[in-house]
Design a protein around this ligand. Structure first.
Ligand code: TTP
Ligand code: MG
Length: 407
């Protein structure tokens, strides 16, 4: 058996690279993609624009001031998703063990492919060549004996490079990095650690364990201690076969009026989330299905960057999708919400397996405890035993008033 080797691929300046691909006249210019309105923020900037201090999440107005000669574009999500699918299918030709993390990044486990396909760096280079030739995009690839080493290595490989960390280099590699380079250490944890004098992984490795426990609590301190030694045996989580999960209802009497419809939507969202949580999946895409009294049916969907199954994340997304439903369709006969682009929960270093591990963009753990309790109560006492405050004023759904789930 070959040694365990995980690769991690992440497209360079993804949205901006696609804009350049589709409009080669932009070559060499700073490209900024994001919300172009007054309150927009930058989704990404290419490396030319980053030289002016433009980066993801920067307010667009500030970006324009820093880089007045840049090319500014709004995102074209469909096109990005199409290219994302092509890139992911190249990875799946290397190995079926692919775990997609976001629209432009994935882990893939090549432990079993090495004899056939070459060394890790040969495999990485071959993937990069194919992605460049077949999709027209630059991608960086990191590799190492575990997921988090591979992910950290990709940051070192950027832009447009490869960095493989050999087993015997792991400790040196880790020791040199800032603690903030470790996936899962967000700004808050980073600041807590900085205050007790821990800035690098080496500092964490050599710190007094009691100091770590006092700062982070026993569980997180133990996780950090493992990680500082490069211990991480989490396996690749391949996407479930199942493509979508959700809930829909047909109403005996058409729903009229925004408030009534929104209340049902809110409840159906919670039911869809409950089902997804039973299956231990989180999702990146939500789809709203609406049928009106004339039996016209439409679907509208939206995709978020980080997979989640927190109803508090999904509710504003569902509301914005609902806002896109034409107003001619507001006598509603059926409503459905389903999730796709499903991924199984990935236990992170700070959240043991079995516990929902939903990490926000800055890597900090999000509030997931409340939905857990809700699920537990519902499992014992039935779906209507507990609801959300928004629904308390309204009557619980009348089981006779609908034909039940139709999907
Ligand atoms: P990233 O991989 O984080 O960034 P990137 O691909 O633009 O640049 P690089 O990997 O070379 O550092 O994110 C992938 C895409 O996700 C990015 O092109 C745009 C989008 N995105 C947002 O919309 N908002 C954000 O805050 C971030 C970080 C990314
Ligand atoms: Mg990227």
């Amino acid at each position: 058996m070959s040694e365990r080797c995980i690769l991690h691929a992440d497209l360079d300046a993804f949205f901006a690279s696609v804009e350049l691909l589709d409009d080669p006249s932009l070559q060499g210019q700073p490209i900024v993609v994001g919300g172009l309105g007054n309150r927009g923020v930058v989704a990404t900037a290419n490396y030319e624009a980053r030289a002016y201090g433009v980066h993801s999440a920067l307010p667009m107005a500030l970006a324009r001031r820093r880089c007045p000669n840049g090319v500014y574009r709004s995102p074209r999500m469909r096109r990005y998703e199409e290219l994302s699918r092509s890139v992911m299918s190249i990875l799946r030709e290397v190995t079926p063990l692919v775990e997609q993390l976001s629209v432009d990044e994935a882990f893939f486990d090549i432990s079993g492919s090495q004899r056939r396909a070459g060394t890790p760096s040969q495999i990485a280079q071959a993937v990069r060549t194919r992605v460049r030739e077949e999709c027209g995009l630059p991608v960086s690839i990191g590799g190492g004996p575990s997921k988090f080493i591979a992910k950290m290595a990709t940051e070192d490989a950027k832009p447009n490079g490869v960095r493989i960390v050999e087993r015997n280099e792991v400790q040196d590699f880790l020791d040199q990095h800032s603690i903030r380079a470790v996936p899962g250490i967000g700004p808050k944890t980073g600041e807590v650690l900085r205050r007790i004098g821990i800035e690098t992984v080496r500092d964490a490795r050599t710190a007094d364990p009691n100091l770590l426990v006092a700062a982070l609590g026993a569980t997180r301190a133990a996780a950090l201690a493992d990680l500082a030694l490069g211990r991480d045996d989490r396996a690749i989580q391949v996407e479930r076969d199942r493509k979508s999960i959700g809930h829909e209802e047909t109403f005996a009497a058409d729903l009229i009026g925004a408030v009534e419809t929104e209340n049902h939507l809110f409840r159906i969202l919670h039911e869809a989330v409950r089902r997804a949580r039973v299956e231990h999946v989180v999702a990146r895409t939500v789809q709203l299905k609406v049928r009106d009294s004339d039996f016209q049916t439409i679907t509208r969907s939206s995709t978020v960057r980080e997979a989640t199954m927190d109803p508090a994340d999904w509710w504003p997304v569902v509301q914005s999708v609902w806002a896109k439903v034409p107003s001619t369709m507001k006598r509603i006969r059926l409503l459905g919400i389903s999730f796709s682009q499903l991924v199984t929960h990935e236990p992170t270093l700070f959240t043991p397996a079995g516990e929902p591990a939903i990490v926000s963009a800055d890597g900090e753990r999000k509030r997931t405890d409340i939905p857990d309790v809700v699920d537990a109560v519902r499992e014992r006492f039935g779906a209507n035993a507990i609801g959300v405050a928004r629904l308390v004023r309204h009557k619980p759904p009348n089981p006779d008033g609908k034909y039940g789930p139709t999907g």
